[in-house]
Design a protein around this ligand. Structure first.
Ligand code: LMR
Length: 398
């Protein structure tokens, strides 16, 4: 039976964890996966999360099944976080939010739903994009194409290329967009850029699918939801995949959500009924713990304020590391412009390192990065940054 099964390649991101764990060198640093580590090099347990968990344990609650679409107070809290507490769309009867297994689970639910129920077969992702976007949509049956995004000459956005690329797609294509903290480049759109992108998408009847895995890591929770809110103003249908892995430091709990903006309450009911079938035939219904914790924090003003502060601490620490890395690269003799590291937003820096340079970082310095050159700035700290800066400078100079 299994004889013909060939060895699959390592996952380009999570596979790095395996290689990193097997590396015995003391100076090793994992800049691969998008995980926030604190100054001590640990994945933090947020204070707000701990308080919510303690309250939950004290409840000694029974563990029944959740509804297929997840915990209702969680789903509603996700909508308020995306659209704003005052947003009329939350009360419109047009929204569906289903709890999902992380942001990846939300993307897969949305991909499966659009493919099976609306006959969508083509999706466009940014060039470059998160490695798993292509793999996930291909696994769901799609043809995956790209639209231009990153301009290597300026380390910034290729807005005209992006607009032309989206314009040239067949009418009604699914267009995957990073709402904030673009993964892997850290290059985001401003208000005026979004307005132009939305205009093309509307004219071409495309289906926007927004991936928002880093809300709160760019500017703040509100500003990072700008794209979601601008799309909501248009009245057009769209999808949003949320993740709380990073913002709540709850990676292993798989806490995410898929939100669908429909056109009428009647349409909403029909779409929800089908989405529930997609979920039921996949994993039946979602797990409880992570969603309970996130809902407890989002729905309690005191815990929410505590969480917002902790998120700001993480964001500020990453900013500090960006600045330190740029400075230390210059000190180590790098003459190329590295100021873009400070302009990029979110957890990542698209360092411009090529595959061979990334391989040298691992082989010679025990520093692991994604082969695209993406490094996770959120894994830097004052104990490892000198080693990292010197190593990057060494492979850049040779
Ligand atoms: C990443 O991009 O590193 C994260 O989103 C983790 C993952 O699942 O790839």
């Amino acid at each position: 039976l299994f004889f013909p099964v060939e060895m699959a390649p390592h996952d380009p991101i999570l596979g790095l964890n395996e290689t990193y764990n097997a590396d015995l060198r003391a100076e090793k640093v994992n800049l691969g996966v998008g995980v926030y580590y604190d100054e001590a090099g640990k994945v933090p347990l947020l204070r707000a999360v701990q308080a919510a968990e303690e309250a939950r344990v004290a409840e000694h609650a029974p563990r029944s099944y959740l509804p297929i679409e997840g915990l209702a107070p969680y789903d509603l809290a996700v909508q308020k976080l995306l659209f704003g507490t005052e947003s009329s769309i939350v009360e419109s009867g047009r929204l569906i939010t289903a709890q999902s297994l992380g942001g990846t689970g939300a993307l897969k639910l949305g991909a499966d739903f659009l493919f099976r129920l609306t006959g969508k077969k083509l999706v466009a992702i940014s060039d470059p994009s998160w490695e798993n976007h292509r793999a996930l949509f291909e696994a769901a049956g799609y043809e995956v194409v790209t639209y231009p995004y990153y301009d290597a000459a300026t380390n910034g956005l290729n807005l005209n290329g992006m607009l032309e690329g989206i314009e040239a797609l067949p009418e009604g294509s699914v267009v995957l967009l990073h709402a904030c903290c673009h993964n892997p480049t850290g290059v985001d759109l401003g208000l005026a850029d979004w307005a132009r992108v939305i205009d093309v998408i509307q004219r071409k009847n495309h289906v926007p699918f927004l991936d928002i895995a880093y809300q709160g890591f760019g500017e703040n929770l509100q500003d990072d939801a700008l794209a979601v809110r601008l799309f909501a103003e248009t009245g057009m249908p769209f999808l949003v995949a949320s993740s709380f892995s990073k913002s709540f430091s709850l990676y292993g709990e798989r806490v995410g959500a898929l939100t669908l903006v429909t056109s009428t309450p009647d349409e909403r009911d029909r779409v929800l009924s089908q989405l529930k079938r997609v979920i039921r035939t996949n994993y039946s219904n979602p797990p409880t713990h992570g969603a309970k914790v996130v809902a407890a924090v989002l729905n309690n003003p005191e815990l929410y304020a505590m969480w917002e502060d902790e998120l700001a601490e993480m964001r500020e620490r990453i900013r500090g590391m960006r600045q330190a890395l740029a400075e230390k690269l210059k000190e180590a003799g790098v003459t190329q412009d590295v100021d873009y590291i400070q302009r990029q937003r979110g957890m990542f820096s698209y360092s411009g390192l090529n595959k061979d340079q990334v391989k040298r970082l691992a082989d010679e310095f025990a520093i692991y990065a994604v082969s695209s050159g993406r490094i996770c700035v959120a894994a830097l700290n004052s104990a490892n940054i000198d080693h990292v800066a010197k190593a990057i400078a060494a492979v850049m100079k040779d």
